[in-house]
Design a protein around this ligand. Structure first.
Ligand code: GLN
Length: 303
């Protein structure tokens, strides 16, 4: 994969020359402390290669990228019953929007906006204690990455718990609509810890292999489910920036406010990028630019 490595090195050099690195997420104080001039890119290919450039061994907060793993687990537990509680349409609203949830009677538009992801975590939690649900999520991610050295950063989880008023509003509203099975505090405690999982770009690229689909990648879920998760990532993975992302990059992907993005080139590769500065949608600014450059250089697109 000499070409791919050369491409990643070139993109790394180009991205580092950027003037505008975006803005780090300020509403979670622990994330606001992360220096924004950092960049990493890693690619795990279907044929088993792993290439990386930049700070690809530096851990970062996965945040909403964990929603993909959580959804895979929730669908495994509840199957199609989950869709009675959460929709599958792009929201066209910010990831933490409250107004749409009331308009739609407490059924979140999709599982990747915060309200929907809170429902997904609530589903995983139902009937057991947070530490068991969290252990299943962390074990799933470790199995996907083939790496046991993946952990939750408790300081990040606590920081978000102390400042998570918006998510508390969403969770209480869901509860008022009888769309929460557990007490809001319990579900949110689990959700904040799930979001606080940390990984390096290298680990994330490896963890994404289960979404590449046949013939590659660990067979953690069925082919049909792989396709469906990718469809949701393409249409909803970047919130109200999903259309722009599909236009510019053209592959299914999921972002997080820690600055990470996991992108999947079906049948070909899993790509992780990280740069903590965000654009106006709350998606990594330079991470998106790097994926746009990589997709163009490698001729990768689902279209
Ligand atoms: N934990 C974050 C939140 O709930 C995740 C949001 C994100 O990464 N977009 O606000």
């Amino acid at each position: 994969m000499a070409d791919l490595q050369a491409e990643l090195d070139r993109i790394d050099a180009e991205i580092r020359a950027a003037e505008d690195w975006g803005e780090v997420a300020a509403y979670i104080p622990e994330l606001a402390r992360v220096p924004k001039r950092q960049f990493a890119i890693a690619v795990a290919t279907a044929d088993g290669a792993l290439c990386a450039a930049g700070e690809a061994g530096q851990s970062f907060s996965l945040q909403s990228v964990t929603k993909v793993f959580a959804l895979a687990i929730a669908l495994g537990r509840s199957g199609d019953q989950l869709w009675a509680r959460v929709g599958r349409e792009p929201s066209g609203s910010a990831f933490n929007s409250i107004i749409q949830l009331e308009h739609e009677g407490g059924r979140p538009r999709n599982p990747f906006i915060n309200a929907g992801a809170i429902v997904v975590t609530d589903e995983i939690l139902a009937g057991r204690e947070p530490r068991h649900a969290l252990s299943e999520i962390v074990q799933f991610v470790r199995a996907a990455a083939g790496d046991e050295d993946i952990h939750i950063n408790r300081a990040v989880a606590q920081s978000e718990t102390r400042h998570g008023h918006r998510n508390f509003s969403l969770a209480h509203f869901l509860a008022s609509c009888e769309n929460l099975k557990n007490p809001p505090e319990k579900t949110l405690g689990t959700y904040f810890h799930q979001c606080a999982i940390e990984m390096t770009a290298r680990q994330l690229a490896l963890a994404g292999r289960f979404l590449i689909g046949p013939p590659a990648g660990p067979r953690l879920i069925s082919t049909q489910r792989i396709r469906r998760l990718n469809a949701l990532m393409l249409t909803c993975g970047h919130y109200d920036g999903s259309g722009d992302f599909a236009y510019r990059v053209g592959i299914p992907a999921k972002s997080g406010v820690g600055g990470g993005i996991l992108g999947i080139v079906p049948g070909v590769a899993s790509v992780a990028v990280w740069s903590p500065g965000l654009n106006r949608y709350g998606n990594s600014k330079l991470g998106t630019e790097a994926l746009e450059r990589l997709a163009r250089a490698m001729d990768w697109s689902v279209f």
